[in-house]
Design a binder for this molecule. Structure first.
Ligand code: MLT
Length: 405
């Protein structure tokens, strides 16, 4: 996996105009030179040619912030902002070394074209070379096109990959503490289709489509295998990943989840919730769900978490809520899968989880060979949000014990 380290570029007199300032054309050339230098040091300048594609510039905007003069050395850094099925958006920033002044920023959009000049699919190696960079600023989301939707993803760090899959009706911020602190791992926390800042189409929701989205996201990021951490519905999706993309999963953490399918009563409950979401919106879902999702200790002692959860559910798009409810209602029973799970597995449950109570997790863990179970005191169904430090610690211990990939 190649990341793009900054490149230093020296300004020469011939880059400058009659007044001795670097001229406009020279800025474009300087940014271009820096890109080719970075490629030469990383995946190679022939990265595109060896895949039969070429990055055609479709749009470039330079924001000039301060003049540069002959002899200045500019440090150019790179930030990939979006990788699509055939496009790539990148930002380059030039900072003068001697006084750290930002000289200029370039925002540039490329489209991959083939030899006939027609748009071409982004080759996996090219996506990997660019997608390997962690998000530059904490909290900033990258957007990745995974087919019929674009997913917003918080991706940080380097090392073996950890794919953190949120539950319903939530988003990637559920994993904020784990993403911020599980150093030495490449933390990948997407918003699922229909959640957070990801696209929320009117249809196309099922455990299969969620799992396929995630497999394509791993392709985009150049990740072959990941430890999959799934909370509740995220666990149902993890089971689907095992069914459909077995070779991508190198370990499993099931948090406040369950393996069985919905019974008739639960299916009816899903339909009622779909009705409620359609008629009254996300705020009504939040009203109904918050007391069920959080443990009593959290509800009594952590008003900030109650508020955070209300906000998270409130910003969930209604098509995504409706889609997730239908997908959960129709999900297959994963119980038959459990005895065949042969990757290291950790089961985590909040002691006060009423939706998927500890007894259920105990039964699930005992059906998975070599699974271990940890109970988190004082937490309900959303243990990573309610007891973030404790959950991060048990996940970190589990990761430490894994065979090195
Ligand atoms: C979740 O937390 O993902 C959902 O509550 C799971 C469910 O309703 O089955």
């Amino acid at each position: 996996m190649s990341s793009f380290p900054p490149v230093d570029v020296t300004i020469y007199p011939y880059d400058c105009d009659a007044y001795g300032h670097m001229n406009q054309a020279a800025y474009m050339l300087m940014f271009e030179r820096a890109r080719w230098d970075a490629l030469a040091r990383g995946p190679g300048q022939d990265l595109f040619r060896r895949h039969g594609v070429w990055p055609a510039v479709r749009r470039a905007t330079v924001d000039f912030q301060a003049p540069a003069f002959p002899g200045d050395v500019l440090r150019v850094d790179f930030e990939v902002e979006k990788i699509g099925g055939s496009s790539l958006e990148m930002r380059q920033r030039a900072t003068r070394l001697r006084d750290q002044a930002t000289i200029a920023e370039l925002q540039i959009l490329f489209v991959m074209i083939d030899q006939a000049g027609k748009p071409a699919r982004m080759p996996a190696e090219v996506a990997a070379a660019f997608g390997g960079r962690p998000t530059a600023r904490p909290g900033e989301l990258m957007r990745h096109d995974v087919g019929d939707v674009t997913l917003a993803v918080d991706a940080r760090g380097d090392g073996p990959a950890l794919l953190l899959v949120h539950g319903y009706p939530l988003d990637h911020t559920l994993w904020a503490h784990q993403v911020a602190t599980l150093a030495r791992w490449r933390r990948i926390a997407p918003d699922l289709r229909g959640a957070g800042a990801s696209d929320a189409p009117a249809g196309g929701y099922s455990m299969a489509s969620y799992a396929d989205d995630l497999a394509r996201l791993l392709d985009r990021l150049g990740v072959e295998r990941a430890v999959v951490v799934g909370l509740s519905m995220g666990g149902y999706i993890a089971f689907e990943l095992l069914r459909r993309h077995r070779q991508r999963v190198m370990g499993l953490v099931l948090v406040d989840s369950r393996a069985d399918a919905d019974g008739p009563e639960q299916r009816k409950g899903r339909d009622d919730m779909i009705e409620l979401a359609r008629s009254k919106g996300a705020a009504a879902i939040a009203e109904r769900m918050v007391p069920r999702l959080l443990g009593r200790t959290t509800q009594q002692t952590q008003p900030n978490v109650v508020e955070q959860l209300r906000d998270m559910i409130g910003r969930c798009p209604v098509p995504g809520i409706v889609g997730a409810l239908g997908a959960m209602r129709d999900r297959p029973d994963s119980t038959p899968l459990l005895p065949g799970i042969d990757v290291p597995t950790l089961v985590v449950v909040g002691a006060e989880d009423e939706l998927t109570p500890p007894a259920m997790s105990r039964t699930m863990a005992s059906a998975i060979p070599a699974a271990t179970l940890t109970t988190i005191p004082g937490a309900g169904h959303l243990a990573p949000l309610e007891a973030p430090t404790a959950v991060t610690r048990v996940i970190a211990e589990f990761l430490e014990g894994l065979p090195k990939p």
